[in-house]
Design a protein around this ligand. Structure first.
Ligand SMILES: *Cc1c(COP(=O)(O)O)cnc(C)c1O
Length: 394
């Protein structure tokens, strides 16, 4: 272990077009190099305050309880279910992909009764199916869905389910790990009571924090719990003491990660959320058009496809792992494979945050076309790029 050159980190600079992490902006990289100060240092306190203000703007919420949970997106998920469910509660979870399944697993571990409303992986959950369960169960504590199902490429419409949850007196909980800062998310306007996200998808930060917000109705439910929250680390009452003016010590905030999130949120603010969502839409549409022009089939339900992550069926005869490996080693491009029942059946191509550029759309299409023809699928030469350019120039 004494070979210093072997131990020196020298990671490659990849073009990250998978399901996250996405590439980070140089300013976010720089932020992580800034000096570490104490977590109660007045300077850091001001960074915390600014970060919370920027997060509220990003989530489009006025919620007092808004801060990043220390941990990746899954920590946000676990905080949501740990805090708002307990034995005796009933939860309805929409499950149409891996992250819906993960939500159901988290809900189960809280000791609550869990009713899953399922749809095929790639489709959205029908609000009527949720209403059927809301009617059948006497009292439902919360309804939870994934906004952008990263395992399938589908975008779940939220407003109708939100309305139903309210009508039946249930809290509405939404996972926006992949949608926030890439698709429109409006927490207050859409009546979302509890919402969490992650930093390494469309926010374009390294993984490590889970932006979180909850409104007063959710906090009232929290205050009337019969049991203590199982997790001490993710107990929102304790965490909000630390993230409020009292700065009551709970754990040491990951200083450099908060710097990075601050900078990434500032970049989002500078671009403007409207322009940012439009950028993701334009590049997503160009990629969709390009893949279809190459003769490939998109996987997610038409009309409900994500702009930030495209799922495309792997043509028969093409070796999934070998093509992705060649893309990485020969062209430095990462894309994702399928998960669960979609393993070996689809690829997942992300255009998230700083990775969502016209250049990346054209690059991945041309590299895919070349590799696919070498692997036995004859894409019509140049058609993918031409179709994408038409969208980009349109
Ligand atoms: C990535 C992801 C998560 C989990 O986030 P981690 O940062 O990997 O813990 C949860 N939900 C969705 C929809 C995701 O895409």
């Amino acid at each position: 272990m004494s070979d210093a050159s072997r131990l020196t980190l020298n990671p490659p600079s990849r073009i990250l077009l998978g399901p996250g992490p996405s590439n980070i902006h140089p300013r976010v990289q720089m932020a992580m190099l800034a000096p570490v100060v104490g977590h109660l240092d007045p300077y850091f306190v001001s960074v915390m305050e600014d970060t919370v203000a920027l997060l509220r703007r990003t989530f489009r919420t006025q919620n007092k309880l808004t801060f990043p949970v220390s941990g990746t997106g899954s920590a946000g998920m676990e905080a949501a279910f740990d805090n708002f469910l307990e034995p005796g509660d009933t939860a309805i979870i929409g499950v149409s992909g891996l992250f819906g399944e993960r939500m159901a697993e988290n809900a189960l571990r809280s000791g609550a009764k869990v009713v899953q409303v399922k749809a095929e992986w790639g489709n959205i959950i029908a609000p009527e199916a949720i209403e059927t369960v809301l009617k059948a169960e006497k009292k439902v504590k919360l309804v939870a869905v994934v906004h952008a199902e990263t395992s399938t490429g589908a975008l779940q419409p939220l407003q109708e389910i939100s309305r139903l949850a309210k009508q039946y007196g249930a809290l509405f909980l939404v996972d926006t790990v992949t949608s926030l800062a890439g698709h429109e998310v409006a927490v207050d306007e859409w009546g979302i009571d509890i919402c969490y996200s992650g930093t390494q998808k469309c926010i374009s930060c390294p993984p490590g924090l889970a932006p979180f917000t909850a409104n007063d109705q959710a906090l009232a439910a929290l205050a009337s719990r019969k049991n203590k929250v199982n997790s001490w680390y993710l107990d929102l009452s304790l965490l909000s003491g630390y993230w409020s003016e009292s700065r009551f010590y709970h754990h040491t905030a990951p200083i450099s990660m908060v710097y990075a999130l601050h900078e990434a949120l500032a970049l989002i603010d500078e671009e403007g959320m409207g322009a940012r969502v439009a950028r993701h839409k334009r590049h997503g549409a160009a990629l969709h058009a390009g893949l279809e022009a190459m003769g490939l089939k998109l996987h997610a339900q038409a009309g409900h496809r994500l702009n930030v992550l495209t799922t495309v069926q792997i043509p028969a005869g093409v070796d999934d792992a070998r093509l992705r490996k060649r893309l990485l080693t020969e062209y430095n491009i990462e894309i994702g494979g399928g998960l669960g029942p979609l393993k070996g059946k689809i690829w997942r191509i992300g255009l998230m945050g700083h990775s969502s550029t016209a250049e990346n759309v054209l690059l991945v299409l041309s590299r895919l076309e070349k590799l696919l023809s070498e692997e036995g699928f004859k894409a019509k030469a140049g058609d993918g790029v031409a179709a994408a350019l038409k969208v980009l120039n349109g």
